[in-house]
Ligand binder design. Structure first.
Ligand code: NAG
Ligand code: NAG
Ligand code: NAG
Ligand code: NAG
Length: 447
């Protein structure tokens, strides 16, 4: 048995050395918009075209001085489904949002609205904003389909719509839901977008140069029936979402990248060479199954949501909704398992449902949390802070974790001690593990 003083000592070490590397940048009780004037805002609230309680930020992107948010139309009363805030405006940390590209683009009264309900967006290095619009509104009330999902591409120099690609019927299946997006932008003329179908698991590849898309099938896109249970902040539920997290490595000299991916209901990570996906003949043939790789499993309870790869450091960041955590894995690491993952940030009160993760061109990591499980299964309390955005430089974010190239071993052991103490402090086996870790800890201080 461990004496309480040793446990106390460990807890002290854990609390002083376990780092929370991200800082709060923005927070909101409810999302508000910059209407042309106060009368129009009040009239929108009176008419019910703006119901603040129904507006939830889900996807995020940062380009130059703007931070964009998607506000999916899960319920009605979302007056604009894509909007931004100005990073230069530091007058408030609860800024009202400006609709992008205009108020008109969000009107559902048009026969074919420009924007219906996008989930993810991506600003490429060529100054284009890619928007994946599911075109399904009201999924939590009365679903209304405005057509098959579409990819919209805006020019961020003038906010003009450059391209609109509506997915052909043949690439959309019963139950399809397109939420996640990755953009391979090493070549601005020969850019590819990858749109994940979480509902009828599949991947649609879009070629900017060819103005054309095709659909790829693979079993690794499917959810694991054993990984559908979620328990977040006291709310338990079961999901069956397939292909979800998508992240692209830096292009090799031949121009191809590795696409890392995982289903939401899974603890596994997979990868595929984009040369395979970009070759339409191969990508749509039966032979493609040979080309996909299994990286490994992160372990129990590690269903991952959004992911993003920082191309400079080669670090893959991802969210763990069940654990209120953002974690990382260094892609140069050949091993992919529980022990090769590192914790970047965890908070049981401030990081409830980490929904999106991005690294911007200034090498800053951004994380959005939105309490999605309460929004869907309960309700958000307008009196409390519901949405938060955290940031840090990538360097700060991975400092003292296994993802840092100037890695120190001590904090990683601390991370693991923390896990054990959180889950099974009382069991004899855990006590043994703690003792051996403690020895390691002492050793590593000595060395
Ligand atoms: C906002 O930032 C500018 C420039 O960084 C600074 O001069 C100004 O004092 C800041 N304002 C507030 C309210 O912090
Ligand atoms: C999922 O949750 C249900 C209800 O609590 C439980 O019966 C089931 O065993 C769980 N499944 C797994 C794979 O843990
Ligand atoms: C991806 O495929 C291309 C073309 O076949 C090849 O040259 C490259 O080495 C592959 N990359 C990886 C990481 O396997
Ligand atoms: C695409 O894949 C097909 C089938 O594997 C192959 O025959 C063809 O050479 C590939 N095309 C290119 C441009 O690599």
């Amino acid at each position: 048995m461990l004496s309480t003083s040793i446990v106390g000592l460990i807890l002290l070490v854990v609390s002083t050395l376990a780092k929370d590397n991200l800082q709060l940048a923005y927070e909101w009780r409810e999302i508000d918009f910059k209407y042309p004037n106060a009368e129009q805002r009040w009239s929108a609230i009176e008419k019910g075209t703006f119901k603040p309680a129904n507006v939830l930020p889900f996807g995020m992107e940062i380009y130059r001085h703007r931070l964009f948010l998607t506000l999916p139309r899960w319920r009605d009363g979302v007056p604009a489904t894509l909007a931004y805030l100005d990073l230069n405006d530091n007058s408030t940390n609860m800024p009202a949002l400006t609709p992008f590209p205009s108020w008109e683009a969000h009107s559902l009264l048009e026969p074919e609205p420009e924007l219906v309900s996008p989930f993810r967006i991506r600003a490429d290095r060529c100054g284009r904003l890619w928007v994946l619009d599911s075109r399904i509104a009201g999924v939590l009330e009365q679903s209304k389909l405005y057509g098959t999902a579409q990819l919209l591409v805006y020019d961020l120099h003038n906010d003009n719509l450059l391209r609109r690609h509506i997915l052909p019927e043949s690439q959309v299946k019963q139950g399809s839901f397109f939420a996640n997006l990755a953009v391979e932008d090493a070549d601005c003329e020969n850019t590819y977008a990858y749109a994940g179908d979480l509902g009828s698991p599949g991947l649609v590849v879009y070629s900017w140069r060819q103005h054309e898309s095709w659909r790829v099938h693979h079993h690794y896109f499917h959810p694991d029936p054993m990984a559908g249970n979620f328990s977040i902040n006291g709310i338990e539920f079961q999901w069956d979402d397939g292909l979800y997290g998508l992240a692209l490595s830096k292009a090799e000299t031949n121009g191809f990248s590795t696409l890392y991916f995982h289903p939401l209901c899974s603890t596994m990570e997979f990868s595929v060479n984009t040369s395979v996906l970009r070759n339409k003949t191969l990508a749509t043939s039966m032979d493609i199954y040979r080309e996909f790789k299994v990286l490994g499993s992160r372990g129990v309870n590690t269903q991952a949501g959004a992911e993003f790869l920082d191309q400079e450091s080669g670090v893959l960041f991802y969210s763990l909704p069940n654990l209120n955590e953002v974690a990382c894995w260094k892609t140069s690491n050949k091993e992919y398992n529980h022990n090769t993952q590192s914790r970047v940030f965890v908070s049981n009160d401030k990081l409830i449902f980490p929904s999106d993760i991005k690294v911007d061109q200034e090498h800053r990591l951004w994380v959005l949390s939105n309490q999605l499980q309460s929004y869907i299964y309960d309700e958000l309390y307008p009196g409390s802070i519901n949405f938060r955005i955290f940031k840090a430089s990538v360097e700060e974010a991975i400092a003292d974790t296994g993802c840092s190239s100037t890695r120190k071993i001590i904090p990683d052991i601390i991370n693991r001690l923390d896990d054990i103490l959180n889950t099974k402090t009382t069991s004899g086996a855990a006590a043994e593990t703690i003792s051996s870790l403690l020895i390691l800890l002492v050793l590593s201080f000595v060395l």
